[in-house]
Design a protein around this ligand. Sequence first.
Ligand SMILES: Nc1ncnc2c1ncn2[C@@H]1O[C@H](COP(=O)(O)OP(=O)(O)OP(=O)(O)O)[C@@H](O)[C@H]1O
Length: 302
Amino acid sequence: MRNLQLERVAKNFGAKRAVNGISFTAQQGEIFGLIGANGAGKTTTMRMVLGLIYPDEGKISYGGQPYSQAVKEQFGYLPEERGLYPKVKVSDQILYLAELRGMRRADADKALKSWLERFGVPENYGKKVEELSKGNQQKIQFIAAVIHNPHYLILDEAFSGLDPVNVELLKETIASLRDEGKTILFSSHRMEHVEELCRNVCVLDRSNAVLQGSLRDIKSRFPKERVMLTTERPMEGLERLEGVTAVKRLANGYDIRIADESAAGRVLRLAADTNTVTRFELMEPSLNDIFIKTIGGSGKHE
Ligand SMILES: Nc1ncnc2c1ncn2[C@@H]1O[C@H](COP(=O)(O)OP(=O)(O)OP(=O)(O)O)[C@@H](O)[C@H]1O
């Protein structure tokens, strides 16, 4: 299996320990989420995975093998800072990049046209990058990362600049690359995207892995503190129930924060006794809730 494995990997920049002995495995055929507040160490981790910088401690292996030229050719990287030349035509720069990665020009041309078609922008083939919208530049940047059909994909904020329709398109694309058996490292500040795409995650906070494992297990370790309630008529007295900490009125019901799960029973009893309940749901915590709880205000530590 071509898994990507990090074992007690650490990196220092002078006195700054940017990554402090983290370990995780992204398996072949999965999208692994790497998340953390600003400055937590994600980019440093990705750059070590790519072999752009070397770990001071620990080991990174690719399908059980150490970093090598052969491994390097199997990387596709979508960096957060975009690196396309604005004045150069899409076709010229993508074909150039593909040739650098060992593709024959004719094959690269075929692959580029097929990707442009897949993304609904075949007309961008001959345009200069600066003529494209931000979202369309992002699609070209993505194509630059995948044109050579790499095995390991490292995606940093893949959806930035995309409208909701294109976010869906790219999500489907990433999921289908996963289904083809790629190993994908996915980093984002948008927790809902991580939640939708990733099976396992590693949460970094100030250089340390503070939470990791499958999303399902992580969620089960956190209490359910939110109830969604819809009733036929307006509710009275929710705020006064023991254990209810906040009540938000929504267009079609109530979003209720509770201190512990026993308060959910009190909410349901009150609603059932005084009203007609059309929806009652004890929500599992979202990754966003968990992230904020775990990291708190530490994103401001920088
Ligand atoms: N080349 C470098 N020299 C010195 N310090 C660095 C260097 N690269 C990163 N750092 C420091 O290492 C820490 C981790 O940075 P990193 O870029 O990996 O964080 P990040 O999680 O990617 O943050 P963001 O979400 O803001 O992109 C930060 O404190 C950063 O200032």
